[in-house]
Write a protein that binds this ligand. Structure first.
Ligand SMILES: [Zn+2]
Length: 223
């Protein structure tokens, strides 16, 4: 069996990374996804020795997990997999810091592997803010609408079921969102530079429909 490729995904929450992970996982190309968010949720009761607290206690207080703890979790996920180096592996939500990126390089080399692609999902902040803050859904049938991009044909009436009641998330206020995006960019930029220096960064225009993005990713991964 030939070696698989290791792939890192970079991009702000809401950029569509998760959708692309699903599409790759369901393609017939043997992609395994290590989604660090899911790994954390499934290891809620695990004790983090460095802090003497469990994962859920730490996350509940909004504290970031130390790099070593995240790396241990990733290693333990890899150890559950057979023939690790033969699979195409996608890392989602990891690395988040240079320390994690360096550790991942080392873990990869332990498997005679390297990061072959770092896909950076690019989307203008103002557009992402409209996508998130404009989003609402029908209370009855769940159909999703957006104030900026996709309103019902008749204002206030669901196209599908005719209901006039809608759900809107309240926490997505525009100011707090742009603060969070700013923080995210300042943390992510060093990672983009890190992978740029290794010649493996690929920019993806994330302001397109999911299948166009998927096709672009497939053609990058063939190169
Ligand atoms: Zn409806």
């Amino acid at each position: 069996m030939k070696n698989g490729k290791w792939i890192v995904l970079l991009g702000v929450p809401g950029c569509g990374k998760g959708t692309q992970c699903e599409l790759l996982k369901n393609s017939n190309l043997d992609f395994k996804v290590i989604c660090v968010g899911d790994v954390l949720r499934s290891n809620n009761s695990m004790l983090i020795p460095q802090l003497g607290k469990t994962v859920s206690e730490i996350l509940g207080r909004g504290i970031l997990l130390p790099d070593e703890a995240i790396i241990d979790l990733v290693k333990s996920e890899l150890s559950k997999m057979s023939n690790v180096k033969n699979h195409n592996l996608i890392f989602d939500g990891f690395p988040r810091t240079i320390g994690q990126a360096e550790a991942l390089t080392k873990v990869a080399s332990d498997f005679n592997q390297k990061i072959s692609y770092a896909l950076s999902f690019d989307i203008p902040d103002d557009l992402l803010i409209k996508r998130i803050t404009g989003r609402y859904s029908c209370k009855n049938c769940g159909k999703i609408y957006n104030d900026y991009f996709f309103k019902p044909e008749k204002e206030g009436v669901c196209d599908i079921c005719g209901s006039s009641e809608f759900n809107r998330r309240k926490d997505d206020n525009e100011n707090s969102l742009s603060v969070r995006l700013g923080e995210y960019h300042s943390k992510t930029q060093p990672l983009i530079d890190f992978y740029k220096n290794q010649g493996v960064i690929y920019s993806i225009n994330a302001d397109r429909n999911a299948s166009d993005i998927h096709n672009e990713i497939l053609s990058i991964l063939k190169s």
